[in-house]
Design a binder for this molecule. Structure first.
Ligand code: ADP
Ligand code: PRP
Ligand code: MG
Length: 221
């Protein structure tokens, strides 16, 4: 564990900016914790709270499990999509917070006959940020795929001939519709989870447990 958090009273929470930060704020409030700076206006990456022993790290959504796994943060909030790609090593996942709800889906261009391509055993080029999830999904179906790793704007790939299909998260479907794409297969429902460093759970249980319980009560509402 780093010197940064050697004090067992100190709790470090890793969050990503945007929907996860916004949706975690009410859960923190339920635990009596108020973040006193706004990550959209502050350039600080370590945000204070009303509790001098609790600080919030602002990291990329895909980096949240890494910070928690290595104990640089005691706990964090991450999407199931991100956790599946990370693998979950060193992480205790006590609760589904039911925030940032969406689904992981396969999408193709309107006009592309996905079902026929699959039935005929075509080799599909699939662009995605979620290569492990995509690999597992198509392996289960027995579909041969060439996976193309992207870091964002997946919807563009089929439009410019980079891929036949994408695997991405879908919520309203507006992004697919705006880009002449259609959802052809839902892979799984996604929501965000509280994750806790396994060592911190043992060493800081007294401080963490009430927060976990407050999150659990607030997330069920
Ligand atoms: P990123 O910068 O990695 O795209 P986001 O804040 O957009 O970070 O996504 C964080 C998490 O929120 C994702 O891991 C996913 O679980 C969920 N998510 C992503 N897009 C949506 C969406 N359109 N609606 C609801 N939840 C979403
Ligand atoms: C996410 C995701 C899709 C979109 C789906 O993008 O990557 O593009 O939401 O949501 P919809 O079905 O409601 O349109 P996000 O808004 O997170 O943008 P970014 O990750 O590219 O910044
Ligand atoms: Mg996003």
């Amino acid at each position: 564990m780093s010197a940064f958090q050697a004090d067992s009273q100190q709790l470090i929470l890793a969050l990503s900016k945007g929907r996860i930060f916004e949706d975690t704020l009410p859960l923190l409030e339920a635990a009596g914790i108020t973040v006193t700076e706004n990550p959209d206006t502050s350039r600080k990456l370590i945000l204070p709270t009303n509790d001098p022993n609790v600080r919030v790290l602002i990291v990329r959504a895909t980096d949240v499990p890494t910070y928690v796994q290595h104990g640089a943060a005691d706990f964090g909030v991450a999407g199931k999509d991100v956790l599946l790609e990370h693998g979950g090593e060193g992480l205790y996942q006590p609760i589904d917070l039911n925030i940032a709800a969406c689904r992981m889906s396969v999408a193709v261009r309107n006009g592309f006959d996905y079902e026929t391509a699959v039935r005929q055993g075509a080799r599909l080029r699939v662009a995605t940020k979620f290569v492990e999830t995509a690999r597992t999904h198509f392996a289960k179906k027995g579909v041969h795929v060439d996976l193309i790793k992207l870091y964002g704007s997946m919807e563009l790939a089929p439009l410019v001939g980079l891929s036949d299909a994408i695997v991405d998260v879908v919520s309203t479907g507006n992004t697919l519709r705006a880009n002449d794409l259609k959802e052809v297969e839902a892979i799984m429902d996604i929501s965000s989870r509280l994750i806790v460093n396994q060592a911190a759970l043992k060493l800081k249980r007294e401080r963490l447990q009430p927060i976990i319980e407050a999150f659990e009560r607030a997330s069920k509402k």
